[in-house]
Design a protein around this ligand. Structure first.
Ligand code: HEM
Length: 501
């Protein structure tokens, strides 16, 4: 009897939860979600299917606006560039995505990306000035030197063997972008390019990999379960201990600098500005109202550093890995790029030279269009609104997901077949494409603050690489591409040959 009662109770609870939380809501089309896992299991997401393909399939079936259940979370996907433009232009209606912020808060709650209002302004006033173009171009020599170091390793490591197939290009690109960001952001040598520290052995790189694993793993979990997971996960705790010891060392190195060095660095370096902003009396500052607070606490500085360490390297490293993959498949583009960049490696490159390379610009645009490294961004409605093109009614509290890879491959918005890798499109037919059909850095008031740095970094690295080597295709099996979704999307299988010119 008791057993029967328990079965009935469980069944009633299941039906209640299924109807209340796991059933399509309202008139927006979508696929009926499963209990707890939403649309994730039925679409193959858990089996590693690329989210971009899933979104494309839903768009074909349900149109430009549809419901998608990421586990227990109902999201409304908006794919039409005009609707996306409307969202980005109405910041008072569409605030930073709440679910995304709740998730990020688990990992770096005091960082800029999690903040709004006065707290966002306090952090932004310290950080944003360092990402202006005039500051960025000063780092050209750092980027060149790091790239040259990688080139030298390629040249000596396999005794100049043109047949050696590199299957770890993604790791190498991320090591390169991490070491560059270490110097630019923190004035610190992270040594991710050192021979003895390469790939597996570098403690920071491994800790960041573990951190990112936890980051991705916890995305579909409800916040309370994710919190519990973080408490019990030894992998996460180990990663945080290792990362914090690096951050500590960077802050201490900065604090050891003389007054003169600090004044000089303050104008150009992120770490100098962060350390300079450290509050003298944290306890007193914490009692003030948010809009009266000045500077940053120790925890806030650490969370900013962690955010920048992750966002400043994974994304740019991913774009670079895709660039190398596409070049290995497009010798025509590579030859044309090389012709533009020349092979003068004796004279130092200047920022003006870099900016004058028009075809280089097109190639980078095409890489970012073909595979935007970040799969999407989110917003939450602060009041009811109607999307202008799909004419869908949205309600306060609705969670919006804007996929970044859909408009950039949508035939309605490109004159030349968007599934063709063809950089010349940006010189001619697709020069005046819809501005929101391609938004690799997001848009509106919360768009990427590192985009100028990322573009500049990519331009300098690619120029330097293309002046020295030609990338080749290591065979259809090893170099088959595919996608892996980490913080950024990276190619799954790369097999590249590197030939010195
Ligand atoms: C190819 C490289 C990169 C890509 C594709 C990329 C992409 C993005 C995207 C899509 C967003 C969300 C924007 C939105 O919601 O509208 C974002 C935000 C952000 N990115 Fe990037 N990013 C890149 C490089 C960088 C770099 C180099 C840094 C820092 C050094 C950086 C720092 C940030 C930060 C701090 C935010 C949050 C901004 C906010 O919440 O206001 N990113 N990025």
């Amino acid at each position: 009897m008791l057993f029967l009662l328990i079965v009935v109770l469980i069944t009633v609870l299941f039906v209640y939860l299924k109807l209340k939380y796991f059933t399509l809501r309202g008139s927006i089309p979508g696929k009926s979600p499963n209990f707890l896992v939403g649309n994730l299991l039925q679409t193959g997401f858990f089996n590693g299917r690329y989210l971009g393909d899933i979104v494309k399939e839903f768009q074909t079936k349900y149109g430009d606006t549809f419901q998608f259940w990421a586990g227990p979370n109902r999201m409304i996907f908006v794919c039409n560039p005009d609707d996306v433009q409307h969202i980005f232009k109405h910041r008072q209606i569409y605030e930073q995505g709440k679910l995304e912020v709740d998730h990020h808060r688990l990992l770096f709650k005091d960082a800029l990306i999690c903040n709004t209002g006065s707290k966002y302004k306090r952090h932004a006033s310290i950080i944003l000035p360092l990402f202006r173009r005039a500051k960025i171009v000063n780092n050209i020599d750092i980027i060149i030197d790091c790239t040259d170091k990688l080139l030298d390793q390629w040249r000596t490591k396999f005794d100049h063997n043109p047949n050696h197939i590199y299957t770890d290009i993604v790791d190498q690109c991320q090591n390169l972008s991490l070491v560059i960001f270490g110097f630019i952001g923190f004035d610190y040598d992270l040594q991710t390019l050192e021979e003895s520290h390469m790939s597996k052995n570098n403690r920071l790189r491994q800790a960041l990999k573990d951190f990112l694993y936890v980051f991705i793993f916890t995305i579909p979990l409800p916040t309370s379960i994710a919190k519990l997971y973080l408490k019990v996960s030894s992998r996460y705790r180990r990663a945080i201990v290792a990362i914090n010891s690096y951050l500590n060392e960077m802050v201490e190195q900065e604090q050891r600098k003389t007054e003169e060095q600090i004044m000089e660095r303050k104008r150009t370096s992120l770490i100098a500005s962060l350390v300079d902003s450290l509050q003298v009396d944290e306890a007193a500052e914490s009692l003030k109202l948010e809009h009266e607070k000045k500077g940053l606490s120790h925890t806030e500085v650490f969370h900013e550093m962690l955010l920048f360490l992750v966002s400043g390297s994974e994304t740019t490293g991913s774009a670079l890995a895709w660039f190398i993959f596409f070049m290995s498949k497009n010798l025509r583009v590579q030859a044309k790029l090389k012709a533009e960049l020349g092979n003068d490696i004796q004279n130092r490159l200047t920022a003006d030279q870099i900016e004058s390379f028009a075809y280089l610009d097109c190639v980078i645009q095409e890489v970012l269009r073909f595979i935007p490294p970040i799969v999407g961004t989110t917003r939450t409605l602060t009041m009811n609104d109607r999307l202008p093109i799909s004419d869908v009614q949205l309600c306060e509290g609705d969670e919006i997901f804007i996929p970044l890879n859909i408009g950039s491959r949508d035939e309605r918005f490109w004159k030349i077949d968007p599934n063709l890798f063809y950089p010349e499109r940006f010189l001619n037919e697709d020069k005046d494409h819809h501005p929101y059909a391609m938004i690799p850095f997001g848009g509106g008031h919360r768009q990427c603050i590192g985009q100028d740095l990322a573009r500049f970094e990519l331009k300098v690295i690619i120029t330097r690489l293309m002046q020295r080597v030609t990338f080749g295709d290591g065979g259809s099996q090893l170099n088959s591409g595919g996608y892996v979704l980490k913080l950024a999307i990276v190619p799954k299988h790369t097999g590249i040959t590197i030939i010195f010119d």
